[in-house]
Structures are given as C-alpha cells and as structure tokens.
Design a protein around this ligand. Structure first.
Ligand code: RIB
Length: 291
C-alpha cells in the first residue's frame, strides 16, 4: 500500500507548565497550571497530516510503558498506520515545556526511545509513501537512510531541521524541501548558504509573519493568518503537516504553504501540541473557502 505521507520521527509525552513568563537561568517560578499532552515533532506532524486528510504512516520508537501505550493509542485513533512503530528497551520520549502568558514556549526534550529509531538498521523498513517527512529528534543517519530509500522509490523528501543542529552533509542532497524556522535557518548558515547546499526548495516559517518560499529563482512571501495566540507549541508541526498533506493532494508548493499558514496559526489558538492540530475542514472554514 502506498501512503500519501510517511513520517519518520519522534513521539513524546509533553509535560507542560503554564506560567506568566519563562524562567531565567537559576530562577524557580510557580506555574499557574500543568497539563500532559501527546507530542513529539514526528507524531505531531503525522497527526497534522492525517487531520488534513492524508493517508499517513508513522515510523518511530516508544518504550514499554504507559506513555508509549498512550501515544500508540493516539496514532490508532487518528487512523495513522503504526505497523513500523517499535517498542524498545528505553523510556518513551519526554518533553518538558514552559508556555508563557503570550503563548511563547521553551522546550527541553529527553530522547529516550526516540534515539533508537533505526537502531535495527538491517531490518529498518520505510513503507512506500508519496512524501517521506522527517525532523531532527531521531538520528540523522537514519533520516539519510530513509530519504535515500525514498528517492529510490521516487518519493519526495521533506526535512524539518528541528531542533536546530548542524546537518549531516548527505541530508542536503537528499532533501527536496527543507522547512526550517528562522532560528534553524540561521543555525544552518542562513539562506544564501542553504541555497548553495544542494537542497531543492526552502520554506522558512516565520511565526506570526507567515512564511517565505526560497529557491534559486527568488523568494515568494506567504501571508500570515491573523489570530490571537495562547500556545505556540506544535504550530510549526501543524504548518509542516498541512503543507505535506496538500502537496500529496497535488497542490503546488505555494498553494500548500497558504493552507499551511492558516493551519499553523489555528494551532496557536488551542493549548497543547496534538489537541491544537486543525482538521482540513477547520482550515478551509478559517480561510473562508468553506462555510
Ligand atoms: O514541536 C513541538 C514538539 O517539540 C513538542 O510536542 C515536543 O514534544 C517537542 O518535540
């Protein structure tokens, strides 16, 4: 079976404190409230794809624990194929997240099981998909392997280089669409360096300013969609998932990014990563193309 999108990535339990402001180094603050949500950039992007109508598979690792069972349950309830989710001898990934009164966040990720993705290299299989999407919360050599298999199958590859880190050289050539935010783009040397790197197209997400599509032929702005944010966790994941789902439908990158810009903005209006990811019909209604 060929999936629209195959996501190779992380699955985390997000432990989220809501505070008036983010703590300074050495400071202890009292939170206003605390919540736990399904998260992880990989799982979030898989759910975002599925809610946008893409037939989606997730490849990742969880621990043999309650958090792992909970996250597998989320994948199942979203209709995401989890045949290639392995249970490994490590705790399910965790993310410690602070969200301030303006919706800004800071995140510390503990990889746990996510570090084991692809550790069974000889048996590591990627299901067939029109698009193979990855982020940097799983080992980069595994992403390179997945992208190289994807290209052998004629699939398109999309990389979200988050969290920011230097990239394995091979990934520049193996990535068709790179989707960094501004911080991640700077960490990779900035746009002009990226344009020389071998990456096909670059979509830079800019939060409340929208996004830019950058290629050798120039830059195209994608307008922001205006909302009042309460929690920005998962907004980038909503953008990327929506973009991939729309590309899989046959939309141009410009059209896909316009839908993604609305999806990313809507995600900031709901607390938590997975709970905030919009459906395609919510995006169309917000865009004014559906009542
Ligand atoms: O992009 C947001 C995600 O980053 C959170 O869900 C958290 O788990 C971290 O992976």
């Amino acid at each position: 079976m060929k999936f629209d999108v195959v996501v190779v990535g992380s699955a985390n339990l997000d432990l989220v404190a809501q505070l008036d402001r983010l703590p300074r180094p050495g400071e202890t603050l009292r939170a206003n409230s605390y919540s736990e949500y399904a998260g992880g950039k990989g799982l979030n992007q898989a759910v975002a794809c599925a809610r946008m109508g893409a037939n989606t598979a997730f490849v990742g690792c969880i621990g043999d624990d309650d958090a792992g069972k909970y996250l597998r349950g989320i994948l199942d309830s979203e209709g995401i194929d989890s045949t290639h989710v392995r249970v490994v001898n490590a705790p399910t990934g965790r993310a410690f997240i602070n969200v301030d009164a303006h919706g800004e966040n800071s995140i510390v990720v503990v990889s746990g099981a996510n570090a084991h993705v692809g550790s069974d290299e000889s048996e590591f299989k990627i299901p067939d998909g029109g698009i193979v999407l990855a982020q940097l919360e799983v080992p980069q050599n595994v992403i390179a392997l997945a992208f190289s298999k994807a290209h052998d199958n004629g699939s398109q590859t999309v990389l979200n280089p988050a969290p920011a880190a230097p990239l394995n050289e091979k990934l520049f050539d193996l990535t068709d669409v790179l989707v960094p935010n501004e911080t991640e783009s700077l960490a990779l040397g900035g746009i002009s360096a990226l344009l020389k790197s071998g990456v096909g197209k670059i979509v830079v997400t800019q939060g409340e300013l929208g996004a830019e599509i950058v290629s050798q032929s120039g830059t195209e702005r994608i307008a922001p969609f205006s909302v009042t944010p309460i929690d920005t966790v998962g907004a980038g994941d909503a953008f990327i998932g929506a973009m991939c789902a729309e590309l899989a439908r046959g939309s141009s990158l410009q059209e896909a990014c316009r839908m993604a810009s609305v999806a990313g903005a809507l995600a900031t209006t709901v607390r938590g990563a997975v709970p905030s990811l919009p459906t395609r019909s919510a995006v169309l209604v917000a865009q004014g193309t559906k009542t």
